[in-house]
Design a protein around this ligand. Structure first.
Ligand SMILES: [Mn+2]
Length: 282
């Protein structure tokens, strides 16, 4: 989300949030952008409404699990955490959680920066590229305003640029493999992360990699539906669906990830029936 950054799409996220009444909600890191506190803090009414909505969800029984990221690493400080959470019952904060789906599949949920060697070893590079990226987002916003392209993603070009940079980071740091390896050590079948702002579901013959994306350029969130499907909701692209086997066990073959357009009609009805979800992650 990067709440506090002027590029955060708080209103869009609030609309997404209001579509669900989940059993649990995972905020997969960088929910609040602490890096912006000194350099252009931007807190809109929609940001307040998001916090109020989360508190309301918690009061209605949703377990809210907040994963700390590199932009909200202040939450990794136990003293700070204890102070914040004393006022918020049903909120938990940690570096990682294990989510068990309705069929018993286990996913490690973590932000991902702890597996990004650029972030760990060269934070100056990470901070420098974040500043450049912010300039790109601003230029793009102006371009979008001038040409009034209301229907398309105002940050489309930035998403392409970021995608390239992040692909490079993935390549040099082995980001996905490190995460999957760590998840396997925790007896998990897959990982759900964020950090690189590239929404995706990738299947292999033994593990699943899910990236929830972001609410800056992509406006995406991952939902576990009551019918056992993982559903990646994407505002500017077709949604992705992964039908997990109905019982946990050893995987023998790769399960295809389907786009909304490739779902047959019966599946489409199941996928869109109701708005309820067990769990979702943003
Ligand atoms: Mn991050």
């Amino acid at each position: 989300m990067h709440l506090g950054s002027k590029h955060s799409r708080a209103e869009e996220f609030l609309a997404f949030l209001r579509e669900f009444q989940p059993d649990s909600l995972y905020l997969v890191g960088d929910f609040i952008d602490g890096w912006k506190i000194n350099t252009g803090w931007h807190w809109s009414n929609a940001c307040d409404e998001i916090i109020a909505h989360l508190i309301r969800l918690a009061q209605q029984g949703t377990a809210i699990r907040y994963v700390a990221g590199n932009h909200d690493a202040f939450l990794r400080n136990p003293a700070f955490r204890a102070g914040c959470l004393a006022t918020l019952p049903r909120f938990e904060v940690a570096n990682e959680f294990v989510l068990e789906t309705s069929a018993g599949w286990k996913f490690l949920i973590t932000h991902g920066d702890l597996f990004d060697c650029v972030e760990l070893n060269a934070q100056w590079l990470s901070k420098g590229s974040t500043a450049l990226y912010d300039v790109c987002l601003s230029l793009n916003r102006w371009y979008h305003k001038i040409w009034q392209h209301r229907d398309c993603n105002p940050h489309g070009q930035c998403a392409v640029l970021k995608d390239r940079v992040k692909r490079w980071i993935r390549f040099v740091s082995g980001f996905e493999n490190k995460l999957l390896h760590h998840a396997k050590e925790q007896d998990c079948d897959g990982v759900i992360c964020g950090h690189i702002h590239t929404p995706d579901i990738v299947t292999g013959d033994s593990m699943w990699y899910c990236n929830t994306g972001d609410w800056i350029e992509n406006c995406t969130g991952l939902v576990e539906r009551h019918d056992g499907q993982l559903h990646l909701v994407r505002r500017y692209d077709e949604d992705l669906f992964l039908r997990l086997p109905s019982q946990r066990g050893p995987l023998r073959q790769e399960i295809p990830v389907k786009k909304a357009t490739s779902l047959d009609e019966r599946e489409l009805v199941a996928a869109s029936a109701g708005t309820a979800s067990r769990v979702y992650a943003a």
